[in-house]
Design a protein. Structure first.
Length: 131
């Protein structure tokens, strides 16, 4: 708990919060740490904690909500939870749609759709590009 009470202006703030995450086995504590980081606009640090806890889909969601869709793509593609992605359908489609629709990286968006089995959506986008 003492690590969680560190001030954001403390030079050891980041290290203290990471130590709290490492030593904590509780999912609730990790969520409190993530919430603390997000409230201080420390997006990358929040994502690191989530990845340490293997919460890939929440990490991708945070990245996407903060305009970091390419990073969200890499997090989604480099995880070993593809078989459990049903619960994360919204974030997968959100990241892919942003990558394609905003022309951030069309190829990444199409690859994400195909990797998670969204072939119909991928074909729809390809059809729009061809016509």
């Amino acid at each position: 708990d003492i690590f969680l009470k560190s001030s954001p202006s403390d030079k050891n703030y980041y290290n203290n919060i990471l130590l709290a995450a490492v030593y904590s086995t509780s999912s609730d504590a990790a969520q409190a740490i993530v919430k603390n980081f997000l409230s201080n606009n420390l997006i990358d640090e929040a994502v690191k904690v989530l990845l340490m806890k293997n919460d890939v889909f929440q990490a991708a969601e945070i990245l996407s909500k903060n305009g970091k869709n390419e990073e969200a793509y890499f997090v989604l593609m480099l995880n070993d939870q593809r078989k459990d992605f049903v619960e994360a359908k919204e974030i997968i489609l959100e990241v892919a749609n942003s990558l394609i629709g905003k022309r951030e990286n069309v190829l990444f968006g199409l690859k994400l759709l195909s990797s998670f089995g969204y072939f119909r959506e991928m074909i729809n986008y390809l059809s729009m590009f061809i016509s």
